[in-house]
Design a protein around this ligand. Sequence first.
Ligand code: ADP
Ligand code: ADP
Length: 229
Amino acid sequence: GGSVRFDNVLFHYDEERPILKGVSFEVPAGKTVAIVGPSGAGKSTISRLLFRFYDVSGGAITVDGQDIRDVQQLSLRQNIGMVPQDTVLFNDTLLYNIGYGRPSASREEIEDAARMAQISEFVKSLPNGFDTEVGERGLKLSGGEKQRVAIARTILKAPPILVLDEATSALDSHTEQEIQTALDQVSQNRTTLVIAHRLSTVIGADEIIVLEAGKIKERGRHADLLAQG
Ligand code: ADP
Ligand code: ADP
């Protein structure tokens, strides 16, 4: 399960200014759709609406064919995993951070998740009570490393639907590559919505939607969009 559909979605935070002006797309179960576009286009608004932090002003959002207004909010959110741009960590080991809220997860499952998220060597070198901000070698966890902790948490939660928010990141290309590998692992066989700034980070998506000023400007696969220029 896990298909997501936006049908002619209209949205405004306030009456004067429409933000989404009739957005329609579908993420079939197990597929990946990326939404790219300039800052202010409405990309994050789409993920907020999917989590039902706000209700649509027009049109409808359905998950597995059910209008999300008819679904209990808790069960909706339990079905959706979010890898945010910024992750706040507890002042404890990364293993603790990954397993937090998952009392049934075994040590082995947590370590597997860390491995898939490309942070396992890192996790093993951490002593108990480790300060995750400043490491034993005086290293500070980078944004990319924190993001991989969030990815590991999501792997453990194993939600049918994933929202990956990559919209920030002024990451160096090595870090970006590592995160990309981790994200590819989590999104396998999972319904995935990727929010991104740049086309270069969403090459493998089944469909890419270019959003501008609340409207879909173009859509297609990576190669199609490049061909159009
Ligand atoms: P993107 O993710 O593409 O950068 P957003 O969805 O965050 O765009 O924002 C789209 C537009 O909605 C922007 O013009 C932004 O200023 C506006 N906006 C975002 N959040 C709010 C809010 N809570 N209240 C009013 N306007 C908002
Ligand atoms: P869980 O314990 O199942 O991870 P949480 O109580 O942390 O769930 O959150 C419920 C769901 O809502 C999760 O899927 C989480 O990813 C999502 N969620 C919580 N807060 C936010 C947020 N600020 N933005 C996006 N998604 C969120």
